[in-house]
Unconditional design. Structure first.
Length: 334
């Protein structure tokens, strides 16, 4: 059984080997066990942060292409989580992702962790810092909890909370080679470490990630026999524990079990090689994609510089009036 568990664990995590991709700006390492928390921030650009027990950002990743455009201009790792929230909001504003003339700009945040008190503290610090940024810039903006209604069906199907359904969905995006059954068996600590691991070692840009996911699905279909064998081996291992079976019956099951293990090992090696080759193909595109993202950010900054300057000039002229309007407006949500 130990041999089986080892083999299955290798299969479940075949592409978690080190692959130095960009897309998250971090050099953080797991020097010691950490109590990690998870934070996502969404305007339209959307990013995710992994935060240590001191409230320091240890890993960052973009969830969508606009998020990539924003964080390619930032170095968030090493900041406090509230500083990272303000920097993200400020850069999103500079790049035109916040409509300065809109009646309402909203930054949606989601925080998760095993320490409820610390999670609440993170939420309060981020909210205060981002609202403070909006106030300083004369922007009708606020922080709001992330809306999770779209995950209701999955939460019901998987028997988990809305927050868990959202994180599990995210891990499926990050690790298309894993199955939902494997992820459901993980606890929060194991799931967030997967998010951190991806940020630190992989961090594929969003559209490369989509290409990667599609290619992984094709490989999984090609090696569907491997996943069938994993299920069959698990079933046989259960039968081997059946004390009601005779020695002869158990011997036959053991023989079948050993044969499937041998076949499994051979296919697993081929599958791992196919995944590694796919990784290599994506690595070759990373620098090109990084340059493209940075050019998009430059173009957006140039495009919205005039509007930002116009807004700042107006705020200087009507500062007290606008500040009062913002205070009155935000009170409606308290």
């Amino acid at each position: 059984m130990k041999k089986l568990c080892k083999l299955l664990s290798v299969l479940l995590c075949v592409v978690m080997a080190c692959a130095c991709f960009i897309g998250c700006n971090t050099d953080a390492t797991d020097a010691k066990a950490e109590e990690l928390s998870y934070v996502s921030m969404r305007i339209n650009p959307e990013i995710e942060l992994v935060v240590d027990e001191e409230g320091i950002v240890v890993a960052v990743n973009a969830i969508n292409e606009d998020g990539e455009t924003v964080i390619c201009q930032l170095e968030l790792v090493g900041m406090t989580v509230e500083e990272a929230g303000e920097a993200f909001t400020a850069m999103a504003t500079e790049l035109g992702f916040i409509d300065l003339n809109a009646e309402q700009a909203t930054v949606y945040i989601l925080t998760e962790g095993e320490n409820d008190e610390f999670v609440k503290e993170i939420e309060e610090k981020i909210t205060e810092k981002i609202n403070g940024f909006f106030d300083k810039k004369g922007i009708f903006g606020r922080v709001s909890p992330e809306q999770l209604e779209e995950f209701q069906a999955l939460a019901t199907e998987w028997g988990v909370s809305l927050k868990d359904a959202r994180m599990i969905s995210r891990i499926l995006e990050l690790y298309p080679e894993m199955t939902i059954e494997e992820i459901l068996e993980l606890n929060f600590e194991e799931r967030i470490k997967l998010v951190k691991e991806d940020c630190v070692k992989n961090g594929l840009p969003h559209h490369l990630r989509e290409e990667y996911s599609q290619a992984v699905e094709e490989i999984k279909q090609e090696y569907s026999k491997l996943f069938e064998l994993a299920k069959e081996i698990k079933e046989l291992s259960i039968q081997l524990k059946n004390q009601d079976l005779s020695e002869q019956e158990l011997a036959l099951i053991q023989q079948e079990y050993d044969a499937k293990i041998a076949e499994f090992e051979t296919l697993k090696q081929e599958y791992e090689l196919a995944i590694e080759q796919l990784k290599g193909e994506k690595r070759q595109k990373v620098e090109q994609v990084k340059d493209e993202i940075e050019q998009i950010a430059k173009n957006r900054r140039d495009q919205f510089a005039g509007k930002l300057k116009e807004h700042e000039d107006k705020f200087k002229q009507q500062k007290e009036e606008i500040e009062e309007q913002i205070r009155n407006w935000r009170e409606k949500f308290n």
